[in-house]
Write a protein that binds this ligand. Structure first.
Ligand code: ATP
Ligand code: MG
Ligand code: MG
Ligand code: MG
Length: 459
């Protein structure tokens, strides 16, 4: 089953169950200045859950483009290292706004997986929140899940979009890729492996978390689910890695051609094939590379892709050449991508040309320092120099270091940053640091510096 057919089968299944098909929204959340990017299918419906945005339907379904490269759900560092994480992916979802609740949500999911997709029950594992006896009873008594493949867990089973907003206990469904893949079942010490892969998350939306952390009940209990299209495609296509599915094969081929590196299983090629999707879609949605806010996150991803191409021996700009292959794979489903593809390629080429000038010098410096390093920690001053002089974002240096088993002195780096800001403040006769903050949608201050920290959401 091709990715496009799975997407269609999902939307049709839920349409038959009375859900309205809603097109994917932009990656830039229109209704939420506290959120960096749309990171889940529920984001465009946030206000509907909160009862502030009445819609003509109480059941909806969508295939939503998502980016997780900053903020609460940040998978940037996982990309290239796991078989299942992307910066950009599509989330298939079904939603109930005060209509059906746990029982139907669980039954729909089980029916779709075992009947529509025909997955064997023995390969599916299920978790619920420790406190959720109701969901446990439904799974065990009504669905008949084997208790061997069922467990109750804590943090992983409480889903939230960000530090504030709709949230609730959840139930996760995993697919067992078999003993030839390393990893343990959910809740075990080896759960981070890629054997038991989470494919679907059912969230029983019951609360709105406010800025003080208090959980306020939603007007009506609701349902939000999310299933990763690429992960299900891997299952349906009998492969163990998302990068082996139909959609990625052509992207990887294009990346191999553009970089002159033929082995498509190379992690760096996977990183490039992943990053072209997030970068192209972010630009299509109006984000441009910059030194602040969302644009800085985009720049970090582009530079990370360029560095991996460089590592494979690409000396000329290559990244922008992948836009055509991406358009061929995804342009039918996403007309906004097709319409803006020339502009996307132009933006990427410009960024490549700009960064190429300093990448060589920066890498030479970094290699020299690493070669002389007497310990396994890179000093904060070096990280800062790479950042300040060569435009190496913190996580790019971290990515190189990780390949060599070296960690970064992050505190030292932060001290250097702070010292530089002090100097800038002292030098400014106006006493205000205009370079650090950016007014975003009139409400939130983002800055590239703050984005260096794990959570980009600034209330
Ligand atoms: P994981 O535990 O594997 O990191 P998650 O619990 O963080 O996943 P959710 O927030 O529950 O993921 O998102 C719903 C679904 O979206 C997941 O069940 C998975 O199928 C998919 N998904 C989540 N993150 C990614 C990603 N970075 N790349 C591809 N698919 C993803
Ligand atoms: Mg995750
Ligand atoms: Mg999870
Ligand atoms: Mg989950």
């Amino acid at each position: 089953m091709k990715s496009a057919d799975i997407r269609q089968a999902f939307l049709s299944f839920f349409e038959q169950q009375g859900h309205t098909i809603v097109p994917s929204s932009s990656l830039v959340p229109g209704n939420d200045p506290t959120l960096l990017f749309t990171n889940a299918g529920m984001v465009p419906f946030k206000d509907v859950f909160l009862g502030r945005d009445p819609r003509p339907y109480v059941r909806a379904t969508s295939a939503q483009r998502c980016v997780r490269a900053g903020g609460k759900h940040n998978d940037l560092d996982n990309v290239g290292y796991t078989a299942r994480h992307h910066t950009f992916f599509e989330m298939l979802g079904n939603f109930s706004f005060g209509d059906y609740f746990k029982r139907d949500a669980i039954e729909f999911a089980w029916t779709f997986l075992t009947q529509t997709l025909g997955l064997p029950k023995e390969k599916l594992w299920v978790t619920v929140h420790v406190s959720d006896d109701e969901a446990e009873r439904i799974w065990k008594d009504e669905i008949g899940i084997d208790p061997e493949r069922f467990s109750k867990l804590d943090e992983d089973n409480f889903w939230q979009m960000g530090d504030t907003g709709p949230c609730g206990p959840s139930s996760e469904i995993f697919f067992d890729h078999g003993p030839e893949v390393w990893g343990g079942p959910p809740g075990s010490a080896d759960e981070d492996g890629d054997r038991y892969i989470e494919i679907w998350n059912l969230v029983f939306m019951q609360f709105d978390r406010d800025a003080q952390g208090t959980l306020n009940p939603l007007p009506k209990p609701s349902i939000d689910t999310g299933m990763g299209l690429e992960r299900v495609a891997a299952v349906m296509q009998g492969v163990h890695s998302n990068y082996e599915i139909d959609l990625f094969q052509n992207l990887l081929q294009a990346a191999a051609q553009a970089t002159g590196h033929a082995d498509t299983a190379t992690p760096s090629l996977r990183v490039i094939a992943d990053h072209i999707r997030s970068c192209a879609f972010l630009i299509a949605d109006g984000v441009l590379p910059s030194n602040e806010g969302r644009g800085y996150v985009l720049r970090r991803i582009i530079r990370r892709a360029i560095r991996h191409g460089h590592k494979l021996g690409a000396t000329d700009p290559f990244f922008h050449k992948l836009v055509d292959a991406l358009d061929a794979e995804m342009g039918d489903a996403y007309p906004e991508l097709r319409e803006t593809r020339e502009q996307i390629a132009r933006v990427l080429l410009k960024e490549e040309e700009q960064f190429a000038r300093t990448l060589d010098h920066g890498m030479t410096l970094l290699e020299a320092v690493l070669a002389e390093l007497g310990s396994d920690v890179l000093p904060g001053e070096t990280v800062f120099k790479l950042y300040d002089t060569y435009g190496f974002p913190f996580d790019l240096t971290a990515d190189v270091c990780r390949e060599r088993g070296v960690t970064l002195d992050e505190a030292g780096f932060q001290r250097e940053l702070e010292a530089q800001r002090e100097r800038a403040r002292a030098a400014s006769q106006f006493g205000a640091d205009y370079s650090a903050a950016l007014e975003l949608e009139g409400e939130t201050h983002f800055s590239g510096y703050e984005l260096l920290e794990d959570d980009a959401t600034v209330a």
